[in-house]
Each structure stands twice: as C-alpha cells, then as structure tokens.
Design a protein around this ligand. Structure first.
Ligand code: C2O
Ligand code: CU
Ligand code: CU
Length: 469
C-alpha cells in the first residue's frame, strides 16, 4: 500500500498530452464538468470525472488581459473551479464559497496580469476536494507572453514543450481504482501504488534530439516526488510556481510536493533515452504508523520508482540545441523591515485521532479547524507580510491563494534551490519563512484560502481564510 513498484510500469506506448485549449487570441474559454469512465489499467473501465472529457482537462493557455471563462457543471454534485496560481480577485478565485450547482453555470471574468507561468485548475468544493480531484477534476494552465522563442526556450506543445501531470492512484487486482481504504489514507494523505502521467500508466515520452522542456505539475492528492534522471544527467530548473527564474539552475534532484509546478530543461542532444525517477514520499514509510514518521524513514532509506521513460527519436524536428544562459524572470528584494509577522502551526491532531475518535474536521492550523464563516486574517492590499509556517511530524505543502511569496528560510538556513523564485505552494518539513505579497483583493464573502495541499488534510480542516482589502 502506498509505495510504487517500477515493475508495474513500461509498456512502450507513446505518452499523449492533454489537448491544448489556446485562448490567447480569443480571450475566452469554456469547460464542461462531465462524468464518464476511464480504462487506466487495460482491465476495466472505472468511473471518473473530467473537464471536456472523462478524466482531467485540457491545458488552457492564456495571456495577460481580460479572459471570459464559462464553466458548466453537468454532474450530480456541486463542484468549484479554482485557478491555482492565477492572481485573480477572491470573487473569481473558485474557492469553496463559489460552488457551481448540478446543472449550473459559472462565468467569471479572469483579469490575467502576471508573468508567464505554468499554473493549474482544480475543484475546491467544501470537504470534497480530495475525492473530486482524485476522480479527475484537474487540469493544467499556461500563462504565455509569446516571447519564449526569443528566450531560446522550447515552445512546441507535445513535441519539445511537454506538459506532464503527475498523479499516483491505487488499483486492486481487478483494475478498480480504490480510494481511502483506511485511516492512514487520511492521516498521511492518500498515496497510490501506480504512477499516472497525464492519466496514463507506463507510457514512453518520445522526444527529439535536442533540448526538451518539461512542465511538471504535481496533481497528486498527497504524494511528494523527489525527481532525478536515471543516468545522473542534470535537470536545468527554469521556472517555479510563479514563473521564470533569472537563469537556469542545474539540479541533480528536484523535490515537487502536491500543488507545486516546476519547469526543467533536459538535454537530449547527446545523451539518449533516460528515465525520470522518484524516491518515495517523505510521509510514507515501512510498516505501521510510527515507521511512517519522517525521522525513522530517513533511517531505513527510501525506495525508488519510475515516473516516466523518455526515448529519443532523431527524426523528430528539434529547434533548441543549447540551454540558455539567462532568463528574464525577476525576483525583487521585498522590504522586510517592520512588517507584520504571522505564525502558522500545521497539525494533524494525531494524539486525538490515535484514540480512534474519528478524523474529519480534526486537523488544524493554529489549533483551529477550517470554518467557512470565520475569517482568520486580514491583509492590507499592496503589503508584504512575513509568514512563518511550522509542520508537525509530517511534511505539509503549504499553499496561499491570490498571492505569491518568496521563501526566505528553511529550518533557519538558505532555502532549497527548487524553492527559488515566486512560489504559491511550498513543502514545509520543519519551519519555513516566507515573504508574501498581497496585491489582489478578496472580501469577506469570497475570501482567499491558505491550506495544506495534501487534499485529505485540507478537507479535514487544515485550512484557513483571509481577506485582502
Ligand atoms: Cu490547489 Cu486551494 O488549492
Ligand atoms: Cu490555489
Ligand atoms: Cu498536511
């Protein structure tokens, strides 16, 4: 349970990519939430939900300017559509206060005004986000300024610019998709035994003999990946949640928690086929609950599994032959003097739950469970605040809506290289310090959320609300 074996992967069929819904010229797009079925394993169809399809949704490409969105809900339960990583006002953000009833339509206007980035969208319905995302209600987004050719970055969607949605799922022997089998699946977050990339198992990404851009989105309910390439080849990090860095950063491994995005360049000009690997989730471990605690896990070491195979096809046209030296992402120095400091303590309420008292609604931030009717904080429009987040025995990916932040410290030291740049989600292993910019408005009727992006934790109450006025 919860750990992935590579033996179940690799069937050599080519990976396919979500359909590209390019709204950059028309400035509008439509999504239909629909139910259907998907045969992931080849054994049987299982019930799933998706946007404009049966599982996941199209990659929506947007540019700055006003965008008219229209979402139709044709399933028999309410959903929301939250734009994770879009800096839009609270009344367009798609959080739990903006449910779309069965048969209903939601038509927000999205005033896009931000740097080019890989973002995403997913349902955020009160207490049922985890189950609906698990069933398929998520998709990727890209903000584009059309200048990536000038930057020397790969831009051909599905050829050398690859959208990769990473998810893990659990299947039984008959190929049924199973979810929440025991208390651990809520307490540690649900992890699967099978890797899906763009909703597919064991495929191979066919790439040209050149530089290839991977836009990685961790769309898993809970799993944190620690990624590396099987031949030790470096990964050139070019963008994090909020967009491009000022220059590529060469990494031998890259941690990506639920909700986070990273764009990397991989050089296939000389080195051929390779596997993208991950070590196991830091919150899972061998046998029993105590064994799953992080310190003990470090002691036993972690197992490795394959996320995706890459195979070079030299007949494919390749336009980029070298990694650029510079990028134009900028990270302004935020004024940290005399600003408001807030502390957030994330807690799974383990002592209580070990007594078998039940799980739901018992996870907390600063000892309080989520309450739709309570505003936890007020931030001033245009201000910067220092947020200090600490985690209990588990590592929690902390996410803030409607704002981007810079990670300034992790456990008192320099942040990890993959936490450079503007971020909206970061894995907090012990204590993490952020400088957060509040430049977008949310009122008390449609506040912004901050929460753990382990979706089972979010639904169990590890979430709060704030306004920006
Ligand atoms: Cu991706 Cu509030 O979530
Ligand atoms: Cu979000
Ligand atoms: Cu959590």
């Amino acid at each position: 349970m919860g750990s992935i074996s590579s033996a179940t992967t690799a069937n050599n069929k080519p990976l396919t990519y979500p359909a590209l819904l390019d709204a950059t010229e028309v400035g509008k797009f439509e999504l239909t939430v629909q139910s259907g079925s998907t045969n992931f394993t080849g054994m049987r169809d299982v019930p799933t939900i998706g946007f404009n399809g049966t599982y996941l949704g199209p990659t929506i490409r947007l540019k700055n300017g006003a965008v008219a969105a229209k979402i139709k809900n044709t399933i028999n339960e309410p959903v929301t559509v939250h734009w994770h990583g879009l800096l839009v006002p609270g009344d367009a953000d798609g959080g739990p206060h903006l449910p779309i009833a069965p048969g209903g339509i939601w038509s927000p206007e999205l005033p896009i005004n931000q740097a080019p980035a890989t973002t995403w969208y997913h349902t955020h319905i009160h207490e049922r986000t985890a189950v609906q995302v698990h069933a398929g209600l998520a998709g990727a987004m890209q903000i584009s300024d059309d200048l990536d050719d000038d930057r020397g970055l790969p831009t051909r969607y599905g050829v050398d610019d690859l959208m990769l949605v990473l998810q893990d799922r659990r299947f039984d022997e008959a190929g049924r998709m199973v979810y929440l089998e025991n208390m651990m699946d809520v307490m540690h977050g649900f992890t699967g035994d099978t890797m899906l990339v763009n909703g597919q198992i064991g495929r191979t990404a066919v790439v040209p003999k050149g530089v290839v851009r991977l836009r990685l989105l961790n769309g898993s309910n809970a799993r944190t990946y620690t990624l590396k390439l099987s031949d030790g080849r470096g990964m050139h990090l070019i963008a994090t949640d909020g967009g491009l860095l000022s220059k590529p950063v060469l990494l031998s491994q890259l941690q990506l928690a639920s909700g986070e995005r990273a764009e990397i360049l991989v050089d296939f000009t000389e080195h051929g086929s390779v596997q993208l690997l991950s070590t196991d989730d830091p919150n899972q471990g061998p046998g029993g609950m105590m064994g799953r605690l992080r310190q003990i896990l470090e002691y036993f070491g972690r197992s490795e599994f394959t996320i995706l195979e890459f195979a070079v096809d030299s007949r494919m046209p390749s336009s980029i032959q070298k990694i650029p030296d510079h990028l134009d992402g900028n990270l302004p120095e935020l004024n940290a003097k005399g600003i408001v400091t807030r502390r957030f303590s994330l807690d799974i309420g383990m002592g209580f739950n070990m007594m078998g008292q039940g799980m739901m609604g018992k996870m907390t931030i600063n000892d309080r469970s989520f309450d739709m009717d309570r505003i936890d904080h007020e931030a001033k429009l245009g201000s910067t605040e220092r947020w200090i987040i600490d985690s209990d025995v588990l590592a929690h990916p902390f996410h803030i809506h409607g704002a981007m932040f810079q990670v300034t410290k992790e456990d008192g030291a320099e942040p990890k290289p993959e936490h450079l740049g503007w971020k909206d989600t970061v894995l907090v292993e012990n204590e993490t310090e952020l400088l957060v910019r509040f430049d977008h408005r949310a009122n008390q009727n449609k506040p912004y959320m901050f929460h753990c992006h382990i979706l089972e934790h979010e639904d169990a109450g590890m979430m709060g609300q704030f306004v920006v006025t």
